[in-house]
Design a protein around this ligand. Structure first.
Ligand code: AKB
Length: 317
């Protein structure tokens, strides 16, 4: 049977590119994009779109029934930095939307669920280098607490109710099509925009802040690969560690300078520094590589070349 996919949060940074890729692979009518607000012209014109507030289970169910949806990618969330400004809202949004989808799957309305977790599930007491799949997890942000709790619930719904839910702990995701919103790793996207527009950038993280990062095409491939893996290969039903590269603001600036020699970086750390300090610097993703053959393609050098080429074209239009 052909699957019909619903993407919730389709206008966000990851949702935008996930929608495009899934439409390319499955045909535009098989992928229903939805969000609380409209997205880019490209997204809106590329296939069906629904305005959806995913905190309403009834509204989700109405769309699922009308479009005969069988798979849901729940990409709506409040990220780490915005979550610290609005802790109650972050908790409400991140947990309500997850329970709505897990319950709809438990009730047999949908067959398969993707829900993103994050490196934010880890905290200051977690080993910082090569952070293992299973380790100490004491997150200190509301976002991290919601993701860690969500992981426990995903595993619970799988084990107790047979819900086919799959998840990845995304590192910082870098992309040029849609802007990120409200994350601690967003500096690594802003820096490319500012390098092209202004030739300089003030980083809100200090020069030594090493964080795990990934280029969007790898994140999209991993997500779809995990969703398409045979159920028995998905042995971990909480969330998989996923890694591609680690760099600091100095290192990304040095890489940009190879293309824009006059580029200058300065530092003005703010409240996001404390969040970055609490997260791992590098991730051990052996389980994802062994269980469902995950491999990344982009490193800092190839990502920087691609980012500057694509953003350069965007700005010269
Ligand atoms: C954030 O910085 O909050 C996100 C994440 C690592 O989950 N990009």
């Amino acid at each position: 049977m052909n699957e019909t996919i619903l993407i919730i949060g389709a206008c966000g940074q990851i949702g935008t590119e996930l929608t495009a890729k899934l439409r390319e692979m499955n045909g535009k009518d098989a992928v229903i994009a939805s969000d609380i607000r409209e997205g880019s012209e490209e997204l809106m014109s590329s296939g069906p779109f629904e305005i959806l507030d995913a905190t309403s289970k009834d509204d989700i169910l109405e769309i699922i029934k009308r479009h005969k949806v069988s798979q849901v990618y729940l990409m709506a969330a409040m990220l780490s930095a915005t979550g610290e400004k609005y802790p109650d809202k972050a908790w409400y949004l991140n947990m309500t939307t997850l329970f709505n989808i897990l319950d709809l799957a438990k009730e047999g309305e949908i067959k398969k669920v993707f829900w993103p977790s994050s490196i934010a599930v880890f905290g200051p007491t977690t080993p910082k280098q090569n952070t293992p799949q299973k380790t100490v997890m004491e997150p200190t942000t509301v976002y991290g607490i919601s993701k860690q709790t969500g992981e426990r619930w995903c595993e619970y719904y799988h084990d107790k109710y047979g819900v086919d839910v799959r998840s990845i702990r995304y590192p910082g995701i870098i992309s040029w099509k849609a802007e990120p919103g409200g994350g601690t790793t967003d500096y690594a996207v802003e820096i490319y925009h500012e390098a092209l527009k202004e030739g300089k950038y003030t980083s809100f993280l200090n020069e030594e802040s090493a964080l795990p990062m990934m280029y969007m095409p790898d994140a999209i491939d991993a997500t779809i690969q995990l969703m398409n893996a045979p159920a028995e290969e998905v042995k971990d039903r909480s969330a998989y560690n996923l890694a591609a590269m680690t760099f600091t603001p100095v290192e990304i600036a040095e890489e940009i300078k190879k293309h824009i020699p006059e580029f200058e970086i300065s530092y003005a750390p703010d409240f996001r520094q404390e969040i970055a300090n609490s997260w791992p610097q590098s991730i051990d993703d052996t389980a994802a590589r062994e269980d469902w053959n995950w491999k990344h393609s982009f490193d800092l050098e190839s990502m920087t070349k691609d980012m500057l080429e694509n953003l350069g074209k965007k700005y010269s239009k």
